[in-house]
Design a protein around this ligand. Structure first.
Ligand SMILES: *[C@@H]1O[C@H](CO)[C@@H](O)[C@H](O)[C@H]1NC(C)=O
Ligand SMILES: *[C@@H]1O[C@H](CO)[C@@H](O)[C@H](O)[C@H]1NC(C)=O
Ligand SMILES: *[C@@H]1O[C@H](CO)[C@@H](O)[C@H](O)[C@H]1NC(C)=O
Length: 353
């Protein structure tokens, strides 16, 4: 019942999406800095997240500083906001939660008129088992988003210099309190996502568009449990199938160019056909946004990786090849969504060198 109502409320979106030229993909490949995603590199993006970071903990505050410092270290202007709130959980009352939201809009745009791509993941770690570090769950996804931003930030600058009133912005959403305190239920899970979705629903832009901060989301990409080998990721929503199809086809093209670690002969990470019967069935941070009509692309492998919710979900159990390929796939996908082709700072007289 609830599910069918949700599906009816979606608008049909016409999404502009522009594939990169192979010379541009080559540029991305040659710019790769995979040491930033090395779980042992203390100066990288991932290692500082691999600590206990349960809601309200000191570790969580340190991880937020790590995010903030990262966005402040970029040459361009990112707006970093903290969405702080408190909530009661089954085991603890009045717990402090903080979502971190980093946004970059074209310089000449008015906020309400810009459709934004959201890359989202949760940064909190699970309370049990004791010592749990949550590398796939979801430290790697957080670091991956930072990596994509770092790779594409200058290209956005180039594009927006020529097109200051572009209609697409990029937003990174790092959610707190995804994990249950006691046992997963509607009220004991996704604390941060529930708070942010209702906050954005009530916040309107101060312009004539009368849009809420939910209306202006072009695509909400939720990443969870990534970083293990050979994931199989289904398309769960018909209205965002186009994005899943694009991921599958760019993966195919990257494999063909032999720039991935995964071989061309291996099965695609992006499984077809769609499994729409699972729409809204997987409990995760996308649900409160989905219920309010936001277009969702849920990048989560099924089955879940073996280390899921066990003490072995640590840096040593991330798969190096998967890290490599995710870095490439998500950088290219984001560049294509943001329509960066032609704005990557290379000469295009000979397009397919
Ligand atoms: C919200 O949380 C951030 C990060 O922990 C903190 O720096 C900031 O002071 C908090 N803001 C408010 C209004 O409490
Ligand atoms: C909950 O915590 C906040 C700060 O973390 C505090 O300002 C507030 O008074 C607390 N509320 C209750 C009911 O304890
Ligand atoms: C703005 O949108 C709300 C519903 O979201 C509607 O009730 C209201 O009439 C709209 N206002 C204008 C000025 O269009």
């Amino acid at each position: 019942m609830m599910i069918s109502l949700i599906l009816l409320s979606f608008l049909v979106l016409v999404c502009a999406y522009a594939p990169l030229k192979s010379s541009e993909v080559k540029l991305i490949v040659s710019n790769q800095q995979l040491d930033l995603l090395d779980p042992q590199n203390t100066k990288g993006y991932l290692e500082p997240i691999l600590k206990i970071r349960t809601p309200g903990s000191e570790g969580a505050a340190e991880v937020r500083s790590h995010f903030k410092q990262f966005f402040e270290s970029l040459d361009s202007q990112w707006n970093v906001e903290f969405d702080n709130f408190t909530d009661d959980t089954p085991t603890l009352k009045n717990v402090s939660f903080t979502n971190v939201i980093a946004t970059r809009y074209p310089p000449g745009s008015t906020e309400g008129s810009v459709e934004r791509l959201i890359l989202a993941a949760h940064y909190d770690s699970k309370i049990e088992p004791q010592g749990f570090l949550g590398a796939i769950d979801s430290a790697f996804s957080c670091a991956l988003m930072m990596y994509v931003v770092k790779q594409l930030d200058d290209m956005l600058t180039i594009k927006w210099k020529d097109n200051p009133d572009s209609q697409k912005g990029l937003q990174i959403v790092l959610l707190d309190g995804e994990e249950a305190f006691k046992e997963w239920s509607e009220t004991d899970s996704i604390y941060g996502a529930r708070h942010l979705a209702s906050k954005w629903e009530s916040e309107k832009y101060h312009d004539s568009s009368n849009k809420s901060k939910l209306d202006s989301i072009g695509l909400f990409v939720l990443m969870d449990l990534l970083g293990a080998s050979n994931p199989s990721i289904s398309s769960f929503y018909q209205h965002t199938d186009w994005a899943h199809i694009n991921l599958r086809s760019l993966e195919k093209s990257l494999r063909k160019q032999k720039v991935t670690k995964t071989k061309r002969s291996q099965r695609s990470w992006f499984a077809r056909p769609g499994r729409y019967f699972l729409a809204g069935q997987l409990g995760d941070d996308h649900l409160p946004f989905l219920e309010k009509g936001v277009p969702i692309l849920h990048l989560i492998p099924l089955p879940f990786p073996e280390v899921w919710h066990t003490i072995t979900d640590d840096g040593d159990h991330l798969d190096r090849d998967a890290i490599h390929d995710w870095a490439l796939i998500m950088t290219v996908f984001t560049a294509e969504y943001m329509e960066l082709t032609g704005y990557m700072g290379i000469d295009f007289d000979n397009t397919d060198l």
